[in-house]
Design a protein around this ligand. Structure first.
Ligand code: ATP
Ligand code: MG
Length: 774
């Protein structure tokens, strides 16, 4: 036991040693809340509490596994194995397998993921003959999900005139009928969706007192991590189960509540003291994770929120380096900065890739980072999501590009022939496949000749096939005359892929549009880069080859040590020595969709607080001057959150690639960036409020963060490529490291043949190529 307590300070020991009763540990990031929870469980077990009697709820299953391992080392693995530990969803799925029969569910019930649910809802909308443009299946799904998370059953829905009226006003008077049909169909199929796992648990505990009593007795000690992000449904489950013994310990940080958009209710933590008798509240104040600079910078940010509990966070750790603020011209450059910084820090300080994390606000931002890391051969892993080129909408666009490059690409063709829906059904496709075998032609060729062959397809469908073939052919003409970017943009627009997603209107739909835009952005970048390559044209075929190589890398499933990449939402509770928070720009972070009310903006700020406090040693905040969004190159403004950090914690840098450009900021007499030019000192009294868009005045101040004179032309190539000869080792900002194999041509046409560590051999025109001789 001594050993167990040695790793805790006095404040942390208190909640560990209080064996019984209701308690709450409320404390800032990195102060050891999760550690307290872990040690409390180990301590309870050392005091003789049976592992079977402890229930511990965590934010991710990964966190649960890590805690179990830790506890195992203290009390022995065979004991720790018996702990009930996991996310709400995983723990209550387990209980529903045992008890679901009370509600009429088989023990082997299926769990529908959101795609399954949406497919079913979409089928129901169709069967009911409803207009799918009004009853958008994703919107209907998220509405049903919100009913379930607020415990509004079908019956409760029909008893609530307000809800019904709201749906009628939204032109969806049949919402209740869809809800009813969906619930019935899931039930008949022996299936529960994610929300059911909580809803049905609540139902089980409410309707069957003997079941409730059984689990109340079983779970004598209950512990909940990240309590600030529990929703109403989760809250009620915990409350019901803890009611008998009231041995409940919740830990959380109101400043890290970031899931309100999914129904998390911060009041659960604020009202905790009213919910249980004699609640003991513990506060932890010492942060063990991060340097002083990071802790104090994070404190200075969260100060801007009005709604928060007063907390103190300090650390005895070193000051550490200042937070680096880095500006780039484009997101491509931002990616290259991040990749080369990781590369250099790793070499200089003997670090592992897993010492680094890249955090972003939206999934689409991973593309520029992924491309840059690949070029540098830095292994990475995307948490909780697919890597960019594996995402559905990206594969859809790529399938179009593949088919127009090679119409015989059967998998590609099957993927897009009826997507977006154009009335070409499965039977038609089967018949095309049979005919293609019969005539020994590709499916596309069969379609081209559809008027002249014998095939059992009616004229109206033949017309649709004909239109499809013509569309692909028109894209082929574009591809012959224009570069990959122009072609891809036309494909995204003319196929209706973008419109389809725009109609959808859900947050996922918007994320998918962002991804497609990001793909176009990447293609544009690629085409730009190919201009340097002597025998390249920036064609679609070249791009597809590049992507094929990239996606091949994705398939690695080995256990290589990797850089972590994830959205900030997923980073909660984690820590990394080096953290990059990228895309620190207004409208992106804070998100443009979250600036309408103070509470939305405050949630974004908490999200930034979470991001910053993941860093142990060094944090980097990067932003770009311009970014392609919604199909346009937008002048980006640095995020107000950079502004809100006390200046003394920041190290504002000139761009890495300054060898290409004149220094982008004015320098003072010592050659240091002139910070007075870079930042607004402090909000000016009487200036615009922090809610909503920045005022014109604020914008003007913020603009001072933007570069001066960035339009300076690149340096003469002689300066960079002067001594190039066969055998020279060079670095290229896009292709990475390489070796010169030979030089050919003279004057303007001089080219270098270079073997790059990635991407093979390329001939670069020295006139354009930006090579650094190593
Ligand atoms: P978050 O709010 O981000 O979830 P947290 O409050 O849960 O943070 P922990 O993850 O438990 O904090 O702890 C942060 C880091 O500090 C961990 O690496 C942990 O091992 C370390 N730590 C916590 N308490 C101590 C201590 N008393 N002595 C040494 N290290 C500690
Ligand atoms: Mg934690």
């Amino acid at each position: 036991m001594e050993a167990l307590l040695e790793g805790l300070n006095d404040a942390q020991r208190a909640p560990v040693l209080q064996k019984d009763g209701a308690m709450m540990v409320i404390a800032g990031a990195g102060s050891g809340k999760t550690r307290v929870l872990t040690m409390r469980i180990a301590y309870l077990m050392q005091q003789g509490v049976d592992a079977f009697n402890i229930l511990s709820l965590t934010f991710t299953n990964k966190a649960a596994r890590e805690m179990k391992t830790r506890i195992g080392t203290i009390v022995g693995n065979s004991e720790a194995k018996n702990l009930w530990m996991g996310t709400f969803h995983s723990v209550f799925a387990k209980i529903l397998r045992i008890e679901g029969h009370h509600l009429g569910f088989p023990p082997n019930f299926t769990i529908y993921d959101s795609q399954d649910s949406q497919r079913l809802i979409s089928a129901i909308i169709k069967e009911m003959g409803l207009d799918k443009d009004i009853y958008k299946y994703k919107q209907v799904h998220s509405r049903i999900s919100s009913f379930k998370n607020s415990l509004i059953t079908v019956k409760a829905y029909y008893q609530n005139p307000e809800l019904m009226e709201a749906d009628a006003m939204a032109k969806k008077p049949r919402m209740g009928d869809i809800y009813k049909e969906y619930v019935d169909r899931c039930f008949k199929a022996g299936a529960m969706d994610f929300d059911d796992l909580l809803l049905r648990t609540n139902e089980l505990l409410a309707r069957f007192p003997e079941v409730l009593a059984k689990y109340q007795k079983r779970f004598q000690y209950i512990l909940v991590d990240e309590y600030q992000d529990t929703n109403h449904s989760q809250y009620l489950i915990v409350k019901a189960l803890a009611d008998r013994y009231q041995n409940i310990c919740v830990v959380g940080d109101d400043s890290q509540s970031i899931y309100a958009f999914r129904g998390a209710n911060i009041n659960n933590i604020l009202n905790y003291q009213k919910d249980y008798e004699d609640v003991k509240v513990y506060r932890l104040e010492q942060n063990y994770r991060s340097t002083k600079n990071i802790v104090e910078a994070a404190n200075s940010v969260i100060e801007h929120n009005k709604t928060k509990l007063d907390k103190i966070v300090w650390t005895a750790n070193d000051n550490g380096p200042k937070i680096i603020v880095h500006r780039s011209l484009t997101d491509g450059e931002e990616g290259r900065y991040v990749a080369s910084t990781i590369f250099e820090e790793k070499m200089n300080k003997q670090l592992k890739p897993s010492d680094f994390a890249i955090l972003y606000r939206t999934n689409a931002q991973s593309r520029a980072m992924e491309d840059a890391l690949r070029k540098r051969e830095i292994p990475y892993r995307i948490f909780g999501g697919l890597s960019f080129y594996q995402r559905k909408e990206i594969k859809d666009v790529l399938a179009y590009l593949r088919v127009l490059t090679n119409p015989n690409d059967e998998e590609g063709l099957k993927r897009i022939i009826n997507f977006p829906a154009r009335g070409i059904g499965a039977t038609t496709i089967d018949r095309l496949v049979i005919a293609s075998k019969q005539y020994n032609k590709s499916i596309f060729e069969v379609m081209e000749n559809i008027q002249h062959i014998e095939i059992q397809i009616n004229n109206s469908t033949k017309n649709k096939l004909y239109n499809f073939v013509n569309m692909i052919k028109s894209f082929q003409i574009t591809a012959e005359n224009a570069d990959a970017f122009v072609t891809a943009e036309e494909v995204a627009r003319k196929t209706g892929l973008l419109q389809e997603l725009k109609k959808d209107g859900t947050p996922e739909g918007i994320a998918r549009i962002e991804n497609i835009e990001e793909l176009l952005n990447g293609i544009r970048d690629f085409v730009e880069g190919q201009k340097e390559v002597a025998d390249a044209t920036g064609s679609l075929a070249e791009f597809l080859e590049d992507v094929a190589l990239a996606t091949d890398l994705d398939k690695e499933v080995d256990d290589v040590d990797r850089v972590s990449m994830m959205t900030i939402h997923l980073a909660k509770g984690l820590e990394f020595p080096y953290v990059f928070v990228v895309g620190m720009e207004e409208d992106l972070f804070p998100s443009g969709m979250s600036m309408n009310t103070r509470s939305e903006l405050e949630e974004e700020r908490r999200l930034f607080y979470v991001a910053l406090t993941r860093a142990e040693h060094q944090a980097y905040l990067t932003y770009t001057e311009s970014r392609y969004r919604w199909g346009k190159l937008i002048d980006a403004e640095p995020s107000r959150f950079i502004e809100e950090i006390d200046e003394s914690f920041l190290d504002i840098q000139t761009p890495m690639e300054s060898y290409r450009y004149k220094p982008l900021v004015d320098t003072d007499i010592f050659g240091e960036p002139d910070k007075s030019k870079l930042r607004l000192k402090k909000p000016i009294a009487g200036s615009a409020p922090t809610v909503g868009k920045p005022s014109a005045d604020q914008l003007q101040k913020l603009r001072k963060l933007r570069p001066q004179g960035s339009s300076t032309p690149p340096l003469q190539t002689d300066d960079l490529n002067g001594n190039l000869k066969a055998g020279s080792r060079v670095e290229h900002n896009r292709f990475g490291h390489g070796e010169v194999l030979g030089i050919e041509g003279i004057g303007q046409d001089q080219k270098a043949e270079i073997r790059f560590q990635t991407g093979g051999i390329k001939k670069l025109l020295l006139r354009f190529a930006k090579l650094k001789i190593l």
